[in-house]
Write a protein that binds this ligand. Structure first.
Ligand SMILES: C[S@@+](CC[C@H](N)C(=O)[O-])C[C@H]1O[C@@H](n2cnc3c(N)ncnc32)[C@H](O)[C@@H]1O
Length: 548
C-alpha cells in the first residue's frame, strides 16, 4: 500500500453548487434582487471604497507587515501590470525542494463530505481526539456503527441521553432494511457506538454495500468495545478535543485541538457564528437556517460568512480602543474608516463578481447562460438575505451589500486553494502493513475487519478550501517553479509551497492551477474557467508554434 501524497490545487468552488436544491430553496425564500440592489444604491459610496483596487502604497505596507510577522519573509508581492495584476517574487535564492512559503489561512472551511470522514480542529484543521475515535467516526459515517446509549465514541465513561441520540442520529425504518442517517451533527459527549449492519445512504456501490453487510457482527465486536485500544495506536497520538467556549460543542463539527485554536477562532469570527448558548450572534435562532442553506446549496457561503464575521469582529476591536466622537457625521466617518481597515486583507484579493466569473457547468446549455447566471445571483441573494437577518449591523451596512457578497464569493472562485491534511488512519494502516511479519499478523487479527469495511476509504483525508493572503497572489505558469505540496510533517491546514527547481532572487514564484502537461488547447480551456488567457512563456511559444 502506498500513499500518493495529495498536492494542493487552486480549487473552483463552483463544483460544490447543488442546483437541485437551488430551485427548491427559491420557492420559499422571497428575498428579491431588486430590494438588494436598492440597498446597494443607498450605500454606493462605501461599497465603492470596499471594492476599489488598493493603492501600491497600501499593498506594500500590508505585505511588508505580513513578512514582518513571519509570513513569507523571503517573498515580495509586487504589481506587475494590468493583465497579470500582482505577483509574488523571491527575495532570496530557493533550492529545489525548499519551502518557499508556509502560510495560515485567512479564512477556510472543511468540506461537508470531508466532515463525515475526518474529525479535525475547526481552526487549524489538524486531526483531533484519538486514532480510535477517527476510526470509529469513519466506520460510523459508512453505517458500520450506530450510536447507542451509555457509551461514548471517545471511549470515556460518560453516559449519554436519549434526547441527544434522537436528535443527532435519527434511525429510520425502510422495510426490512434499516437506513442510518450519516452523522450530520453528532456530539462526542452523547455518542457511543454499536455494531451496525445498516445500509448507509452513501454513494457506495451495491457490491461494496453487500460486502460490508456480509461482515459478521463478531468481526466488529472489538470496535464496539469502548475500552479498546488499537495495537500500536500510541504511535499516532492526537490532541484531546477542546470544546468551543460558546457552547456549540454539541456539534462535533466544531471542536478544537487546543485552547489557543479555540480562542483564536472565537476572536476571529466564531463568536458571531457559534450556535451555542454563549454565542454573541445577534440573531442566533436564524443562524442554523443560514448554515443549512449553505449546506444544501454551496459550501462557499460558509466561507463568505466567515469573512463578514471576521471583519465585524475586527471592527469591534477597533471600536473598543477608538476615541469618542462628537457628531453623527464624525461617527459615520469613523465607522467607515474602521470598516476599511478591518476589510484590508480581503481588499487585497483579486476579485470578480461570482455570477459573472463562474464557469458555465458542462450540463448547462450555453443558450441558457443568462438564466444560469441570474440563478447564481438569486442564490447569492438568498444566502445573503439569511445572513443579513443573522448578523446585520447598521454601522457596517455596506458589508452586507449584494455586490460585495458577489465579489467575496468571486474572490474565492479565482483564488482559493484546496486544503488537504493527510489522515492518521491511513498512516496507521500503512504502519501496520510494514511491521515485521509476526507482529503484523498479530495486529491484523484486530485491524483487518476494519480495513475491509473501509475499503479504499481507509485512505480518505481531510479536505477543505481556504483563502490565503500571499499564496493567492501567486500567478499561474505552465512551467511553474513552485507547487503546493503537503510534506509528511505538514499536518494542518496551512498552505505549503515548495520550490520544484532552483528559484533565483528576483524571479517570480509561479504555480500551476491545472495539469500543465496537457496540450495547449486543453490548458487554455481549463484556464478559461479561471477567467484568463495564459501569458506564460510556454503558452506564448506554443501559440506561436501552432501558427507556423
Ligand atoms: C490567484 S490570482 C493571482 C494573483 C493576481 N495576479 C492578483 O493580482 O492578485 C489569479 C488571477 O491572476 C491573473 N493571472 C494569473 N496567472 C496568469 C497568467 N499566466 N496569465 C494571465 N493572467 C494570469 C488572472 O487574472 C487570474 O484570474
Amino acid at each position: 500500500m502506498e500513499i500518493s501524497q495529495p498536492t494542493s490545487i487552486l480549487s473552483q468552488s463552483s463544483s460544490t453548487i447543488n442546483t437541485t436544491s437551488i430551485h427548491a430553496s427559491m420557492e420559499h425564500l422571497q428575498t428579491t434582487i431588486r430590494d438588494m440592489e436598492a440597498f446597494d444604491a443607498a450605500h454606493a459610496d462605501v461599497i465603492q471604497m470596499l471594492l476599489a483596487t488598493p493603492s501600491p502604497h497600501a499593498m506594500k505596507r500590508y505585505y511588508n507587515q505580513l513578512a514582518s510577522e513571519g509570513i513569507g519573509p523571503w517573498l515580495k508581492v509586487q504589481y506587475i501590470g494590468q493583465t497579470m495584476g500582482k505577483g509574488v517574487f523571491a527575495a532570496k535564492d530557493f533550492d529545489e525542494g525548499e519551502v518557499v512559503l508556509r502560510e495560515p489561512k485567512l479564512v477556510g472551511i472543511q468540506n461537508a463530505h470531508s466532515k463525515e470522514d475526518s474529525l479535525v480542529c475547526s481552526f487549524c484543521f489538524c486531526y483531533v481526539g484519538s486514532l480510535e475515535l477517527q476510526l470509529r467516526w469513519k466506520l460510523f459515517a459508512r453505517g458500520h456503527l450506530r450510536p447507542i446509549r451509555g457509551t461514548n465514541l471517545q471511549g470515556d465513561s460518560q453516559g449519554t441521553d436519549n434526547q441527544c441520540l434522537e436528535q443527532h442520529a435519527r434511525v429510520e425504518s425502510d422495510g426490512d432494511e434499516r437506513i442510518c442517517d450519516p452523522p450530520s451533527s453528532v456530539s462526542t459527549s452523547c455518542l457511543g457506538t454499536e455494531i451496525c449492519n445498516y445500509k448507509c445512504r452513501s454513494d457506495e456501490s451495491e457490491e461494496q454495500s453487500a460486502k460490508r453487510r456480509a461482515l459478521s457482527f463478531e468481526s466488529f465486536s472489538w470496535i464496539s468495545d469502548d475500552a479498546l485500544r488499537l495495537p500500536f495506536g500510541d504511535v499516532f497520538p492526537l490532541p484531546h478535543i477542546v470544546e468551543c467556549r460558546g457552547g456549540c460543542h454539541e456539534d462535533l463539527f466544531c471542536s478544537f485541538c487546543s485552547e489557543a485554536c479555540a480562542e483564536a477562532a472565537w476572536e476571529a469570527y466564531h463568536c458571531l457564528l457559534c450556535t451555542g448558548s454563549k454565542s454573541l450572534c445577534p440573531n442566533k435562532s436564524l443562524l442554523s437556517e443560514f448554515k443549512q442553506f449553505a449546506d444544501e446549496t454551496n459550501d462557499i457561503f460558509h466561507l463568505a460568512a466567515q469573512v463578514i464575521a471576521n471583519v465585524i469582529c475586527k471592527c469591534r476591536k477597533l471600536e473598543s480602543v477608538a476615541t469618542e466622537v462628537k457628531s453623527e457625521e464624525d461617527a459615520k466617518a469613523r465607522n467607515t474608516r474602521m470598516l476599511l481597515e478591518a476589510w484590508e486583507p480581503f481588499a487585497m484579493g483579486h476579485k470578480r463578481l461570482w455570477w459573472e466569473s463562474i464557469a458555465l457547468p458542462e450540463d448547462v446549455d450555453p443558450a441558457e447562460e443568462d438564466v444560469f447566471r441570474n440563478q447564481m445571483k438569486e442564490l447569492a441573494a438568498n444566502s445573503l438575505g439569511l445572513l443579513k437577518k443573522v448578523l446585520f449591523m447598521e454601522e457596517y451596512a455596506a458589508l452586507f451589500s449584494l455586490e460585495v457578497y458577489g465579489y467575496i464569493i468571486g474572490m474565492f472562485e479565482l483564488n482559493n486553494l484546496e486544503i488537504v491534511v493527510a489522515s492518521p488512519v491511513e498512516d496507521y494502516f500503512i504502519y501496520i502493513d510494514e511491521l515485521p511479519h509476526d507482529a503484523k499478523c498479530e495486529a491484523k487479527k484486530i485491524t483487518k475487519p476494519a480495513l475491509e469495511a473501509l475499503g479504499e476509504d481507509y485512505a480518505s483525508y481531510c479536505q477543505g478550501t481556504g483563502f490565503f493572503a500571499i499564496q493567492s497572489c501567486m500567478n499561474h505558469s505552465c512551467e511553474p517553479n513552485a507547487k503546493a505540496f503537503k510534506r509528511d510533517e505538514d499536518r494542518d491546514g496551512q498552505a505549503v509551497l515548495l520550490a520544484i527547481r532552483k528559484i533565483e532572487e528576483g524571479e517570480e514564484v509561479t504555480i500551476s492551477y491545472i495539469d500543465e502537461h496537457l496540450p495547449l488547447e486543453e490548458r487554455q480551456l481549463m484556464l478559461a474557467d479561471y477567467g484568463f488567457a495564459c501569458q506564460c512563456s510556454k503558452c506564448l511559444q506554443d501559440r506561436e508554434a501552432s501558427l507556423n
